[in-house]
Unconditional design. Structure first.
Length: 316
């Protein structure tokens, strides 16, 4: 568990660092990195403010008299103005994730992602209109109308779940940063605030955390020992042949550079092919133009595979 926390923290800081570093060449990833940094700072600031406020309001007086009582202001994470601030930042992160998804994906995934997104928007607008009509007495609160409203709510929830799952699997960098910030803002820090403001709960949380770390570490060690490869025989070692090394995974910086360069070469190459064949503005390209673009696409696909960004480039 501790390794999972360290890994997630490391990924988040790498995302912020690389996004700020390449903001001039990748503006929207840079904006996302800035929003992630602002969300992180804001969440920690709220955490500190609530702890200080609890201390100054006498929250730690006689804390050992009833050690297992639940007290404090951890619930303020879910009330204004803190909820509004952190919620707005997380929503902006989600919108940047959606923008990068539609910007970088192939046309098929763009359509697949647009369908639940449009369902959410239409359902929200319809729900808002119905509530306004109900407030002005133009919409009856009948069982049939209730079922329609419940149907809208279900459509919103299902579409949101499909859309977010698709986002997490395809737009991995920004959407996962958004998920990490959401969990930090409305799960980890509120729980940590509750623990720090209640000594009994803090002790219980520490004990549970230690037990979980021991169990997970034991399971990992057992799995590794059971799946460890057989020792190489002396005959194989004397032959001088060694197993091929696994290809190195490109860094985030190298991947972003490769994606940008391949996308730009495809865009410029297609424009040059169309211009050379005098088909600028044509309703439909000739077979010759289509063949040349397909050849360019295959070359860039091979390069994308060699540079470790296959499936991440927009050359379709």
């Amino acid at each position: 568990m501790w390794n999972l926390i360290k890994k997630s923290t490391k990924k988040e800081f790498e995302h912020i660092r690389d996004g700020l570093k390449f903001i001039s060449s990748d503006v929207f990833n840079g904006i996302g990195a800035i929003l992630s940094l602002l969300t992180l700072i804001s969440a920690i600031a709220v955490f500190i403010i609530l702890l200080v406020k609890n201390a100054t309001d006498g929250g730690y007086e006689d804390i050992f008299k009833n050690i297992f009582s639940i007290r404090g202001n951890a619930g303020s994470f879910y009330s204004m103005p803190y909820f509004g601030l952190l919620g707005a930042l997380n929503i902006m992160l989600l919108l940047v994730s959606y923008f990068l998804f539609f910007k970088n994906e192939k046309i098929g995934f763009k359509i697949l992602g647009a369908v639940p997104f449009l369902v959410i928007i239409v359902s929200f607008v319809t729900y808002f209109i119905l509530m306004r009509m109900y407030a002005h007495g133009k919409y009856d609160n009948t069982s049939e109308h209730k079922r329609f409203v419940y149907g809208l709510m279900i459509a919103i929830l299902v579409s949101a779940a499909i859309s977010i799952i698709l986002l997490l699997f395809r737009e991995k960098v920004m959407s996962r940063s958004c998920l990490r910030m959401l969990i930090l803002s409305f799960a980890i820090l509120p729980f940590l605030t509750l623990c720090l403001e209640n000594i009994g709960l803090l002790i219980a949380a520490v004990v549970v955390f230690i037990i979980l770390c021991i169990l997970i570490k034991g399971d990992t060690a057992e799995t590794q020992s059971s799946t460890s490869p057989e020792p190489v025989s002396s005959q194989a070692s004397s032959s001088g042949s060694a197993p091929a090394a696994a290809p190195a995974v490109p860094s985030y910086e190298a991947q972003q550079k490769a994606i940008f360069e391949i996308n730009q070469r495809y865009k410029d190459g297609c424009a040059a092919i169309v211009k050379a064949n005098n088909e600028v503005g044509a309703f439909m390209f000739s077979q010759k133009t289509q063949n040349e673009i397909a050849k360019l696409r295959k070359e860039l696909e091979r390069e994308a595979e060699l540079r470790g960004v296959k499936g991440k480039v927009s050359i379709y």
